[in-house]
Ligand binder design. Sequence first.
Ligand code: T46
Length: 184
Amino acid sequence: MQVEETEINGVVGLTPRRFADDRGWFSETWNQRTLKDAGLDIEFVQDNHSFSAPKHTVRGLHYQSPPAAQGKLVRVLRGEIFDVAVDVRKSSPTFGKWVGMNLSADNGKQLYIPTGFLHGFVTLVENTEVAYKCTDFYTPECDGGVAFDDPDLAIDWGIPKNSAVLSTKDAAAPKFADFNSPFA
Ligand SMILES: Cc1cn([C@H]2C[C@H](O)[C@@H](COP(=O)(O)OP(=O)(O)O[C@H]3O[C@H](C)C(=O)[C@H](O)[C@H]3O)O2)c(=O)[nH]c1=O
């Protein structure tokens, strides 16, 4: 498995090996021992799968606060996304900074995002399916969000202005300036 550090400590790209033959390919998309050998000793408890029909669907920026903070291992089953993590660990030297990575069914890349981050993605093609493993259970009372297009975060989503397809919740998400991070 290839491990790709990013500019933010703790957020890493992972590309599992694909064994190709005349039929196609095989890949271990998640192996707890392989991740532990790569220094990622993580216990996942929930798998999520979302389907986004429109191109430029944005899901995020979301987090769950402690005691239900979630680490996520994100991958794309169909289509392509630009996956974004924003560091909101108050003690982090990269607090408020973001990193993004193109994940697609073709490149097989995954992004590991530890607890203490806002997470969101934009789909780059129609009918995109995203699957991600979480380190804690869905806990609505701990669920929170920040506006994906917040000017202080200044995330470059790579899509035309006003083209994002959002949920009602995400369209009304608070600004980063009004966000009080629950992460140390
Ligand atoms: C996240 C989640 C949602 N739900 C229910 C709650 C809603 O009735 C429905 C849709 O939820 P939501 O609109 O929050 O789904 P997304 O906009 O895809 O949210 C996700 O998007 C970004 C990318 C994330 O990283 C989070 O995992 C998550 O916030 O599924 C559940 O039953 N369990 C869950 O774990």
